[in-house]
Design a protein around this ligand. Structure first.
Ligand SMILES: [Zn+2]
Ligand SMILES: [Zn+2]
Length: 162
């Protein structure tokens, strides 16, 4: 999740010098004494305290090591599938079936399980705000296609392998 304090840049404007990188003060003799700001070493920017200069908050685990992902490519379903609006489903093999995580661009929104039979994936999801729901997706190469019915609405779902 992006750090809101620094807008993901990892640095914020130095408050000691207001981002100028130098401090000005009037000497006793009335001259303007300009010296590099000590707080930011003249850079005008200091590392964001909120995120420790990383620009993101929380664990950086969603970006799984690529080596692991390649190793699982033999499984038809396992891995992450992304929808057009940034929603995603992640399947992890658990015996005969799969554990499922459901998420939006903001993070995980639900969890559940899935069964793969031929090219049909049956999902049972428990969403943190919508409650439990089930639906089916058809596996077509690197796509998952189907429909989702929630509270009387039918929404088409199309996911691409992430
Ligand atoms: Zn920050
Ligand atoms: Zn400064």
């Amino acid at each position: 999740m992006m750090c809101a304090s620094c807008s993901g840049t990892g640095t914020v404007r130095c408050s000691s010098c207001n981002g100028r990188g130098q401090t000005q003060r009037l000497t006793i003799s009335g001259d303007m004494d300009i010296s590099p700001c000590l707080a930011c070493a003249g850079r005008g920017q200091v590392p964001c305290q909120f995120c420790g200069g990383r620009g993101v908050i929380g664990s950086s685990q969603p970006s799984a090591p690529p080596a692991r992902k390649r190793g699982l490519a033999s499984d038809k379903l396992e891995g992450r599938w992304n929808g057009p609006s940034g929603n995603w489903y992640e399947f992890v093999r658990e015996g005969e079936n799969y554990g499922v995580k459901e998420g939006s661009p903001l993070g995980q929104t639900g969890h559940g399980s899935a069964k793969l039979k031929a090219d049909l994936v049956k999902l049972n999801i428990e969403n943190s705000s919508l409650g439990k729901y089930s639906f089916e997706l058809r596996l077509i190469g690197d796509r998952l296609e189907g429909q989702l019915q929630i509270m009387g609405m039918v929404m088409p779902i199309s996911l691409n392998r992430g």
